[in-house]
Design a protein around this ligand. Structure first.
Ligand code: PLP
Length: 386
């Protein structure tokens, strides 16, 4: 059995000396709150993605919440999304005062089934919130066309999808607003953190203001070397701003985004080869006109074919010193959603099928070849001994 210090933690980030030095630099200058590094980080992500504006916040959740508010979504409105996501995707719709309307996913892509979107649209529908599951782009041409036809906004949960591309465009440059996460397990990390990308100047300004108490623009500079400035409040906003300490990590992470992707790709291809003869489901192939951000490598463990139930499989991995995750427990089956909206099993069969069987195995740029070999050996051993 492995000791604690060689446990492979799921989603462990790759942090180098560059990130450490940049954080120390912030500490030395005293700019640890929202300051110049946040602006630099916004600019680096904005330029990378090819969006006109990027507003950094303390999470993707905050970004999705403020995107809904900035585009005027509120009580009486409906927002279409997928139940195969993190609870935050639906929670923010409720925070905005609107109602989440779920549409099942496609069983192969695990993304929202665009063929089912249209029948969920009502006169109350204001937006579609697609989730680029595991980093695979949703079918954005179809979603944007549907949105245009029905005058809906497209606000994307791209927590998994920094670096993903759809038909020559980066995710983050297509919809009305796209929200990235820099949470510790994500492809680029700041500890906690997120960013909204948009091409809408007014929305970008609102998101910035709403994210810092609704203080009038640039009030964060009120204690800067430009001298004290009085502030005004234009909206009862939130405390969602990112700190320079976080942005410092992000600035250095962004310099490594292609290097991280290359390592994820190597591991991804190694896994695909290593598991192809096992009775488990592997990720669907991505069309050649799209780039998958390779955030999650998911296996589908069906007891009937694999001989072991998913949770038991995760436990067996844990006993071998390997962490794993479930993405996701279907949102509609979580207590609040069941009670408030009356959902029960059977409502979204593809999401439930996946939610019962899916397991995400480590796929971090930090993994060494030895780690990858250990993970492969453990999974083959668990499955082949059934
Ligand atoms: C991680 C995640 C979020 C939340 O991101 P935070 O930055 O932690 O707020 C939202 N949606 C999905 C699909 C996620 O995986």
């Amino acid at each position: 059995m492995s000791s604690q210090n060689d446990y492979i933690v799921f989603g462990s980030p790759s942090i180098g000396q560059e990130e450490i030095d940049e954080v120390v630099d912030s500490m030395r200058t005293g700019w640890i709150g929202t300051g110049p590094k946040v602006t630099r980080f916004e600019e680096s992500v904005r330029a990378y993605v090819g969006a006109q504006y990027g507003v950094a916040l303390n999470s993707c959740t905050a970004g999705m919440h403020l995107s809904l508010l900035a585009f005027g979504i509120g009580p009486g409105d409906e927002v279409i999304t997928t139940p195969l996501s993190f609870c935050a995707t639906a929670n923010v719709i409720i925070h905005a005062g609107a109602t989440p309307i779920f549409v099942d996913v496609d069983g192969a892509t695990m993304n929202i089934d665009h063929a089912l979107i249209e029948r969920a649209i009502t006169p109350k529908t204001k937006a579609i919130m697609p989730v680029h599951f595991a980093g695979r782009p949703c079918d954005m041409d179809t979603i944007m066309a549907l949105a245009k036809k029905h005058h809906l906004l497209v606000i994307e949960d791209a927590a998994h999808a920094i670096g993903a591309e759809y038909r020559g465009k980066k995710i983050g440059s297509i919809g009305d607003a796209t929200c990235f996460s820099f949470y510790v397990t994500k492809n680029i990390v700041t500890g906690e953190g997120g960013m909204v990308m948009t091409n809408n100047e007014e929305a970008a300004k609102k998101i910035k203001v709403y994210g810092l108490h609704g203080l009038s623009a640039d009030a964060w500079k009120r204690y800067s070397d430009e001298g004290y400035k009085h502030y005004d409040v234009v909206f009862p906003g939130f405390k969602y701003n990112m700190m320079d300490l976080q942005a410092a990590i992000g600035i250095q992470q962004m310099k490594k985004i292609d290097q991280f992707y290359a390592r994820r790709k190597e591991i991804w291809e190694t896994y695909k080869k290593a598991f192809k003869d096992l009775p488990v489901g592997l990720p669907d192939e991505t069309p050649t006109d799209q780039k998958h951000a390779l955030h999650l490598f998911t296996l589908l463990i069906d007891e009937k074919t694999a001989g072991i139930q998913r949770d038991a499989f995760m436990q067996a991995l844990h006993q071998r010193g390997i962490g794993s995750g479930v993405h996701f427990m279907p949102i509609h089956l979580l207590e609040y959603y069941r009670k408030r909206y009356g959902y029960a099993r059977g409502a979204y069969p593809n999401t439930e099928y996946i939610g019962d069987r899916t397991v995400s195995i480590p796929l971090s740029a930090k993994l060494t070849d030895t780690d990858v070999d250990r993970i492969i050996y453990a999974i083959r051993e668990i499955i082949l001994s059934q």
